[in-house]
Ligand binder design. Structure first.
Ligand code: G4P
Length: 197
């Protein structure tokens, strides 16, 4: 998605060879117009897949997921990382370890909102090592629903999350794919997915 790549190049800050800061439009301050474009693009890519529900994870997955939900006309459920006071019974849970932050979170969603006949699109902001996505897949599978695909705003293709998911046979649609973060510069890749696996 050209507009997203331009925005990353313009406003992204390369913090290290592994971490890109995008607080100006995605992870802290959110650009609604860009999010709208992102939602439209996800909706277009999954338009013919009979999606009935979107599942994401708090917090930064919510904005792109809601916009995609708007265009696909489906409800959006976000997994919580902390137990909520009002979210107490009938939970589906999974353990998600973040290598970046070196912490493990128990993520959960209510059984009420994902059902066995759902065709689920999972959306998240970043794909790094794939742990959050794998946790969400686990939860969706526990509900008996079908994981139809995964939509990612920014994929770091030099980390192994995308390859792991694709090796599981899951369709991953990433709107921007980063090949490298070297010398303070973002390099994108447009290689066919098959060339990367
Ligand atoms: P993984 O799920 O793919 O294995 O990712 P990892 O554990 O490495 O990442 C943990 C958190 O860090 C996630 O956000 C993820 O989106 C974010 N993250 C990973 N790589 C980058 C990066 O290069 N830049 C930025 N800005 N974020 C990155 P989170 O903790 O769930 O945060 P939030 O959704 O509450 O904002």
């Amino acid at each position: 998605m050209k507009r997203l790549e331009e925005r990353i190049s313009q406003d992204g800050q390369v913090l290290s060879e592994h971490v890109l800061k995008v607080d100006r439009f995605l992870n802290h301050q959110i650009d609604p117009v860009l999010m709208q474009e992102i939602g439209k693009e996800f909706a277009a890519r999954f338009a013919n897949d009979g999606i009935t529900k979107i599942v994401t994870i708090e917090s930064s997955g919510i904005a792109p997921a809601v916009m995609a939900g708007l265009y696909l006309n489906v409800q959006v459920v976000f997994a919580r990382k902390r137990k909520s006071l009002t979210l107490s019974e009938d939970l589906l849970t999974a353990s998600v370890h973040s290598f970046t932050k070196n912490e493990t979170n128990e993520i959960s969603i209510s059984k009420k909102y994902v059902h066995k006949d759902d065709r689920v699109l999972i959306i998240d902001d970043f794909l790094a090592n794939g742990q959050a996505a794998l946790g969400l897949i686990d939860i969706v599978k526990q509900s008996g629903a079908h994981v139809t695909g995964i939509g990612i705003v920014i994929e770091k293709s030099f980390q192994d999350g995308a390859a792991k998911l694709r090796q599981l046979g899951i369709r991953v649609e990433s709107l921007a794919r980063i090949a490298a973060l070297t010398n303070g510069k973002v390099t994108f890749t447009h290689k066919q997915v098959e060339e990367l696996v």
